[in-house]
Ligand binder design. Structure first.
Ligand code: HEC
Ligand code: HEC
Ligand code: HEC
Ligand code: HEC
Ligand code: HEC
Length: 158
């Protein structure tokens, strides 16, 4: 019996608890929405010059929510944003200092997947910083992929 419990414990998925997930102004769930077959680029459009992925326009949400779940207080809040042409002030999860060069497009064109740098987003109700985007994290992947680790590759030459 004890062995059985022990075996179960060992098999329990050791997904880190989202203890550090910031509270968002509207409880949007990637898991629920991606289960409907939506694609990342529907909401994260990577506009020119391609550095940022960006956050969705409220209009993108309202495409569905004009008629879906309209009596939810969260959706009412969303509709108010749409009427006032403001966006919910999403709390940033991943962020690097402005003195570091980083381009989403350069990385996706080199074959990097969203999940490599952001974890299994499609299975998450809430997002938190679950991967290492520190300088060490960038360097490890650059070494593995024979990309440059020269200081001036990621930082302005002084
Ligand atoms: C229906 C719209 C929608 C789709 C589709 C969507 N997202 Fe998002 N995404 C959001 C919204 C809204 C936020 C802000 C709230 C949050 O952080 O949970 C966000 C935030 C994020 C963030 C955190 C950004 C930051 O630094 O604050 C990442 C990373 C992300 N999405 C990745 C993805 C990936 C990868 C996919 C596809 C697997 C995806 N998203 C699909 C709407 C969407
Ligand atoms: C393709 C249609 C579609 C799009 C686009 C969409 N949603 Fe949804 N959303 C749904 C559906 C359907 C549900 C109900 C899912 C469920 O309850 O399992 C839902 C549920 C929600 C809920 C939970 C509401 C509640 O009180 O239960 C929130 C919050 C939400 N969506 C926010 C957003 C935001 C913010 C965006 C834009 C970034 C967005 N949705 C884009 C279809 C969509
Ligand atoms: C090589 C690593 C890497 C890959 C691959 C990657 N991201 Fe990011 N992502 C980052 C970093 C680093 C930041 C913080 C950028 C900053 O602060 O300037 C970020 C920020 C974001 C943000 C916040 C808004 C923004 O534009 O800064 C969203 C949304 C996002 N990523 C979504 C995605 C999606 C969707 C994909 C796949 C199409 C993806 N990311 C692929 C590393 C990555
Ligand atoms: C998934 C592995 C991976 C991670 C993680 C990663 N990189 Fe890269 N990066 C690459 C590869 C591969 C290239 C080479 C692309 C090419 O040769 O076109 C590259 C190219 C670059 C470039 C030059 C491309 C350009 O012109 O914009 C910069 C700058 C850069 N990375 C910065 C970063 C920073 C900063 C981080 C951490 C926040 C990071 N990278 C994380 C794999 C990665
Ligand atoms: C692949 C990209 C990349 C390369 C190459 C790189 N850095 Fe960085 N560096 C970063 C990122 C990302 C940060 C920000 C980390 C964070 O968010 O704290 C950073 C931060 C720093 C900081 C500030 C650290 C702190 O603790 O405040 C210094 C100093 C620095 N880098 C120096 C260097 C030097 C010197 C080199 C060459 C040996 C170098 N970097 C090469 C990506 C890179």
């Amino acid at each position: 019996m004890l062995w059985f419990v022990f075996a179960l414990l060992l098999q329990a998925p050791n997904a880190p608890a989202p203890a550090k997930a910031p509270e968002q102004p509207i409880p949007y769930s990637h898991k629920k929405h991606l289960a409907m077959g939506l694609k990342c680029k529907m909401c994260h459009t990577n506009p020119d010059p391609g550095e940022a992925m960006g956050f969705p326009q409220v209009a993108t949400c309202m495409g569905c929510h004009r008629s879906v779940k309209t009596d939810s207080p969260h959706i009412r809040k969303l509709a108010k944003h749409a009427a006032e042409k403001t966006g919910p002030a999403w709390v940033r999860v991943y962020r690097i200092p402005t003195y570091v060069f980083f381009s989403h497009r350069a990385h996706t064109e080199a074959g990097a997947k969203c999940e490599t740098c952001h974890g299994p987003v499609a299975t998450r109700d809430v997002l938190w910083k679950e991967t290492d985007i520190s300088m060490g994290g960038c360097m490890d992947c650059h070494r593995r992929n024979k990309a440059s680790v020269d200081c001036a590759y990621c930082h302005e030459a002084k």
